[in-house]
Design a protein around this ligand. Sequence first.
Ligand SMILES: C[S@@+](CC[C@H](N)C(=O)[O-])C[C@H]1O[C@@H](n2cnc3c(N)ncnc32)[C@H](O)[C@@H]1O
Ligand code: SF4
Length: 432
Amino acid sequence: MTTAGAEKVAPAVAVAVAFAPGLGGPHFAALPPLALYVHIPWCLRKCPYCDFNSHEARGGIDNLPEAAYVDALLADLEVALPGIWGRRVSSVFMGGGTPSLFSAGGIDRLLAGIRARVPLAPDAEVTLEVNPGTFERDKFEGFRNAGVNRLSLGVQSFNPAHLTALGRVHDADEARRAADAALALFDNVNLDLMYALPGQNVEDARADLRTALAFNPQHLSFYHLTIEPNTLFHRYPPVLPNDDMSADIEAAVEDALADADYVHYETSAHSRVGYECRHNLNYWRFGDYLGIGAGAHSKLSLPDRVIRQVRWKQPAQYIDQIASGAPLMEETAVVRDAIGFEFMLNALRLNAGVPTTLFAERTGYPLALVQRELGEAVQRGLLERDPTTLRATALGRRFLNDLQAIFLRDAPAVKSPATVPVATPITFRRDP
Ligand SMILES: C[S@@+](CC[C@H](N)C(=O)[O-])C[C@H]1O[C@@H](n2cnc3c(N)ncnc32)[C@H](O)[C@@H]1O
Ligand code: SF4
């Protein structure tokens, strides 16, 4: 294996940073915690609402290049090692796509290869995303034996009509069987549901929630269905509940979850106490993450800058690029004028907020960098007036986009001259 890719990219970024306007360097007393994201980009079928980097397994799942892809992931990790040297990995998240398309043997080889290359914390949270359409009990057992200790199951709804409208490959019974098996085999399970679905009313959403709660999962993610560009739903928009109905559904879901003793700790995430998704908390607290796999995103703090990376998106191209030791499609340094927004975009999603001291710890700049914006947010009633905590008010949570936008300055990330432009999403919808 080779480290040529890392050697090739780092000098290019150094050049970009040297000429970056307004980029006084950050200073880190200590580097943030580090998480590892692994992207597995295939699905049985592409859902009409989905804008994740997921590709239909056209030749069927028996013809997926599983072995070649696991090899590529491990080679990718090896190339990335110099950038995270000696740092402990606190969580691993295998997301997609549909990672549960891979065999338990493939996931076992992947996790063993990760453990051999990076120091994994002994209590690391290791999550695998699962689609009920790929459910087999033996496979779930195999995932557990491989070291997966948290499953995240993409249920979306238990209502047959809504599952059909969403183009899901599984029916409600398969979703129930998969949830049953997941909870029998794992003691940390997330169920992903979406709301504001085509034709959904408040009672439908309550019924979905009752079914989900009957499984007593440790974690529930409720995502507002969004119509994303480049999806079939964008081209052929379904009839969705109007804003008032969506707000009623959201309020009903939140009340029922609070009554059932789930902590609403992040915009879309609810959990039993102590079962917050640690991997996602690290994103929201502006921790570091290395993302390996096709189209994966990374955010890494170096002693003098914060960088973002994007891997090649198409699976075949990714595998080829890895073979030539160059997995990165783009690497950018985050400029000083952008980092306050990036921090707030994540941290303000947490309902309990974050300590004010975290800003300097994670951005490398004093909080004074965003003093004017903080003042405006407090004055508009969107941010609590609390010197110890950065936390949205109830109004701020309701108008979170407006609150986050206050911190947005006209400052594009500095691009490495050797790379091509690409949109770099810096929000995380997945429950991981
Ligand atoms: C990568 S998928 C999860 C695993 C698996 N691929 C599946 O769908 O079963 C992550 C989650 O994002 C949510 N999601 C995807 N597209 C969405 C959209 N347009 N609006 C809201 N939530 C979305 C779904 O709840 C989905 O389970
Ligand atoms: S929602 Fe999940 S299963 Fe559907 S296309 Fe996206 S990643 Fe694949």
